[in-house]
Design a protein around this ligand. Structure first.
Ligand code: ADP
Ligand code: MG
Length: 690
């Protein structure tokens, strides 16, 4: 169902096809004269696939995708219509943008927004609609989406990487692409059970719930056999994804009960971002069709693992060479080490920015909570690479390959084996043979921003390296300068490399001594987004302007506050309308039992269990009642704060602690209340009834 390269070749006139492919491969602007031909071919193909509508599909700053469907129909008089799709309609769409977050980039009365075709991402048919992937901007041309800066960052890194590989003698490559494979974790629960919980309905996570007797401690779910209902879901999901041209490859059960994972085969980053969004959407739809609910939240359940997303990232030439592959010869090796140095320097210098790129309210439950990577960004390179780096920096012998002193004449850089990097699951950013795996991403998030940050930061470092290398003659002087850059970079940025246990307390202390940022929550992270060095980075690489940066910053804070606000209100709703009344009813029933026993003439001792239970529950219910008043107060105060930064702080510092206290009290009541009276399905039912 994809208007793929093969389909284009078949459906387009040869010269149009060639021109389009060139545009895509080299990241150029589309020639408007061919757009009409492409549009007609696309429409005819889409109609064959059953489409009646088209939509410009885009990624506003809501974190999810947006679409508005228009029929192909166009009246031709005499009560007749023809099916039409013009080049203009393909290239550019105009939509009322007033209800999307703009972070002040656009006043509501200036509602105009534009979508622009991204020819590098294939169009596809889903349902009865042709989907045209687009970028989205304001009337004045500012990016209102996640895709535009992503495409800019891909151009930036391509440009700088090309400069480097040219210096190493590559004259054929025309574009360097970043590639991404995003592993997606998710939960599946029974839909009927899901529908009975308003916290899941409104917030995607449980706000209450006492732990089930069993969690993940037996480690029996990870890679365990698939239950038939799950297996059926996964098969249907694979097929739906394959139809959309997404190479879903790996599927398995994850660590927590009811938790699973899907990994597609990696692809160019803008496609990977689109595909990940489609994967999440398709998961939800196929789950629904199977009487299941797919939960993509980072922390649907307390006490068991949350869900993340591993963003595997690498750099590859249009001729198919992976630039993060160590290679077989020392020459390749020097180039590899230079790229590696650029990534190390980028992550060290922009660690805070990387942390911002994964910060959202849902992910705060994972990062630093001893299950997922810590909130501190560090890198793991594996023993062998670290030994190489040590020997480069110290100028000592590199033992493994016995090449003698590393005096850093490039040819003496050793050849090392691939796949010697063991896995360090606690590292947020790990080198895994020929790519980096960024593990801090939350399961629900759009992967664009983390990739924008990595691409841009690495582009900047490559630019600085290329600027230096441009100044020297080729030959020995060049080799010497390459060696100097590698040595200096590893020497100055070694602090970001860490091999130990990222979850440990010692690491937190050590990281502080090394001067690495430790941004424990989203609000602290957001504050760093517009630090002068970060603004300078985005501007230097042409990825975001001042106003685009400050708009996103504002939206981060706003979104955080809104999420917590919805959670607080949902807790109040559930407590006031269901939990307190349920406990009261149960207590009343107990008390009726006490009265009945008394009337029957039993001595007091016979009703002692009832009395004690009723007393405990009444006291907990009283606390609950007090806490909801406090929570309501805190919520009202926070919501009324006009400064968006202070508002987010209030939610973090006053609302969240009360939500935690309320949950503890309610969960305790749950453990004391009989099943019939408890108004919501339990953890046991949600996690094990599949
Ligand atoms: P893990 O052991 O981390 O669970 P998986 O095999 O599940 O590994 O996932 C690895 C992911 O990395 C896959 O999506 C794979 O396609 C992707 N990947 C492999 N090579 C590259 C590359 N060069 N660039 C980007 N992603 C890659
Ligand atoms: Mg992984």
């Amino acid at each position: 169902m994809v208007f793929s390269d093969d389909v284009m070749r078949e459906k387009l006139p040869h010269d149009v096809y060639k021109s389009l492919v060139k545009t895509i491969a080299e990241g150029k602007t589309i020639d408007p004269s061919i757009a009409g031909v492409v549009a007609t071919a696309m429409k005819d193909w889409a109609i064959e696939k059953g489409a009646t509508h088209y939509t410009h599909w885009f990624q506003p700053l809501t974190g999810v995708t947006a679409e508005k469907h228009d029929a192909f129909i166009s009246p031709v008089g005499g009560n007749k219509v023809v099916m039409e799709f013009s080049g203009k309609e393909l290239i550019k769409g105009e939509s009322d943008a007033s209800s999307f977050p703009s972070g002040g980039l656009r006043a509501t009365f200036e509602a105009r927004g534009y979508t622009a075709w991204d020819p590098a991402s294939y169009a596809f048919v889903k349902g009865k609609t042709l989907y045209v992937p687009t970028a989205y901007c304001s009337y004045t041309g500012e990016a209102l989406d996640t895709k535009t800066p992503l495409l800019r960052s891909m151009d930036a890194i391509s440009k700088q990487a090309l400069r480097i590989i040219r210096l190493f003698g590559d004259n054929t490559t025309k574009r360097v692409n970043t590639t991404v494979g995003a592993e997606q974790e998710y939960f599946l629960i029974d839909r009927k059970i899901y529908e009975k919980r308003r916290d899941l309905l409104y917030c995607g996570r449980t706000l209450f719930g006492a732990s089930a007797p069993k969690g993940q401690e037996l480690e029996d779910h990870y890679f365990g056999p698939l239950k038939s209902r799950i297996s059926k879901f996964m098969c249907e999901l694979d097929e739906e994804l394959w139809k959309l041209g997404i190479n879903a490859k790996t599927k398995h059960n994850e660590a927590a009960p009811a938790q699973h994972e899907l990994a597609p085969i990696f692809i160019t980053t803008n496609l990977a971002v689109d595909q990940n969004l489609l994967i999440m959407e398709t998961m939800k739809r196929v789950a629904q069709e199977n009487g299941l609910k797919c939960l993509l939240h980072e922390k649907p359940f307390e006490g068991i693992n949350g869900s993340g997303k591993h963003n595997n990232w690498s750099l590859s030439t249009d001729t198919g060479k992976n630039l993060l592959d160590p290679g077989k010869t020392p020459e390749e090796n020097a180039q590899f080490l230079l790229f590696l140095a650029a990534v190390v320097k980028a992550v060290d210098e922009y660690a805070a920015l990387m942390r911002v790129s994964v910060a959202h309210a849902g992910n705060d439950h994972r990062l630093g909570a001893a299950e997922a990577p810590p909130a501190i960004v560090s890198m793991f390179l594996g023993e062998e690479l670290e030994a190489v780096i040590d020997s480069i920096v110290e100028g000592t012998a590199y033992k493994a390959n016995k090449v003698g002193m590393m005096d850093l004449g490039v040819p003496t850089v050793p050849v090392f084996r691939k796949d010697t990097t063991d896995r360090n699951r606690t590292s947020p950013f790990a080198f895994t043979g020929n790519k980096f795996e960024f593990r801090m991403l939350g399961s629900s998030q759009n992967v664009a921003l983390p990739n924008i940050v990595i691409n841009t930061a690495v582009a900047e470092e490559l630019m600085l390296f290329a600027d230096r290398l441009d100044k020297v003659e080729s030959g020995a002087a060049f080799d010497k300068e390459v060696a100097a850059i590698i040595k200096e970079t590893f020497r100055d940025h070694r602090r970001i490399i860490f091999r130990g246990n990222g979850y440990s307390e010692e690491w937190e202390k050590e990281a502080a001594e090394r001067g690495l940022p430790n941004l424990k929550d989203s609000v602290s992270a957001y504050k760093c987004f517009d630090l002068p060095e970060n603004v300078a980075l985005f501007k230097s690489q042409g990825v975001m302007t001042d106003s685009e940066i400050s708009a996103r910053r504002e939206i981060f804070f706003e979104n955080y506050s809104k999420v917590i606000n919805i959670e607080a209100l949902t807790m109040l709703d559930m407590t006031i309308h269901d939990i307190i009344p349920a406990v009261n009813r149960y207590v009343k029933e107990i008390c009726e039992g006490i009265v009945a026993k008394k009337q029957a003439g039993f001595p007091d001792i016979v009703a002692s269990v009832e009395k004690s239970l009723a007393e405990q529950l009444s006291s907990l219910n009283r606390n609950t009642y007090r806490l909801i008043a406090d929570l309501k107060n805190a919520e009202t105060k926070a919501a009324a704060e006009v400064d968006f930064e202070k508002r987010a702080e209030l939610y973090r510092d006053t609302v969240i602690p009360l939500m935690k206290r309320l949950r503890t009290t309610v969960d305790e009541m749950e453990t004391l209340t009989d099943t019939e009276h408890w108004p919501f399905p339990t953890y046991g039912e949600m996690l094990f009834r599949i």
